[in-house]
Write a protein that binds this ligand. Structure first.
Ligand code: AMP
Length: 217
């Protein structure tokens, strides 16, 4: 299965990617996670990317396309993958199309997590992540068992610097301008599947599971 998870920040892509990984054994490829790890490790790419991430803007296409291409050459994603947070521009979508065509592969579906912007702001402001293992929590809908402590590894929970209100606003503008056009792009290719990402996580997970089970059948 080769799929893309599309949607605004806070739509639930990361949360559902972890569940899909468990339920269907598809490896999650998150450009956001790769970029954050490069920033943490102060690599050359990380140093270049940092200013864009902190400003709520997109990291330049050539950098992101490069890291995705390199990642997709690895063995664990040879037969199936789930892209989370990529593509985010038409340029990236076209580059991905060319790469897959060159490798004789095709996408099976693009899951579009549809959610309104009030809900996105509410989710992002209450999101916390483990600084150690990157597990994600939500103070309202998915709180940790013990306040401030990761259930999985005992690490400290922090707020992502780009989940601050002023950066959230910019990220949503960036999404509207640069990423939303991908909905139409994939719709025109007959690949888009809309998932209403409102209501409980369990309800959304059920919708996702039902669709992917059909895809796998
Ligand atoms: P995310 O964790 O997916 O919300 O990504 C966090 C930040 O990483 C974004 O706000 C961007 O600055 C950067 N980023 C992640 N994926 C991409 C992408 N496909 N293209 C450009 N920038 C990206």
């Amino acid at each position: 299965m080769r799929i893309i998870l599309l949607g605004p920040p806070g739509a639930g892509k990361g949360t559902h990617a972890s569940r899909i990984e468990k339920d269907f054994g598809v490896v999650q490829v998150s450009t956001g996670d790769m970029i954050r790890s490069a920033i943490k490790n102060k690599t050359d790419m990380g140093k270049k990317a940092n200013e864009y991430v902190q400003a709520g803007k997109l990291v330049p296409d050539d950098i992101v396309i490069g890291i995705v291409k390199e990642r997709l050459l690895q063995d664990d994603v040879k037969d199936s993958f789930m892209l989370d947070g990529f593509p985010r521009t038409l340029e990236q979508a076209k580059a991905l199309e060319n790469i897959l065509e060159e490798w004789g592969m095709h996408l099976d579906a693009v899951l579009y997590f549809d959610v309104n912007s009030d809900e996105v702001v509410r989710r992002l402001s209450s999101r916390r992540v483990c600084e150690n293992c990157q597990a994600t929590y939500n103070l309202i809908s998915m709180p940790p068992r013990q306040e401030g402590v990761c259930d999985h590894c005992g690490g400290k929970l922090i707020q992502r610097t780009d989940d601050r209100p002023e950066v959230i606003k910019q990220r949503l503008e960036t999404y509207e301008e640069q990423t939303r056009p991908l909905v139409e792009f994939y719709e025109s290719k007959g690949l888009l599947h809309r998932v209403v990402s409102m209501g409980s996580i369990e309800d959304v997970a059920e919708r996702v599971k039902e669709f992917l089970a059909g895809l796998n059948a």
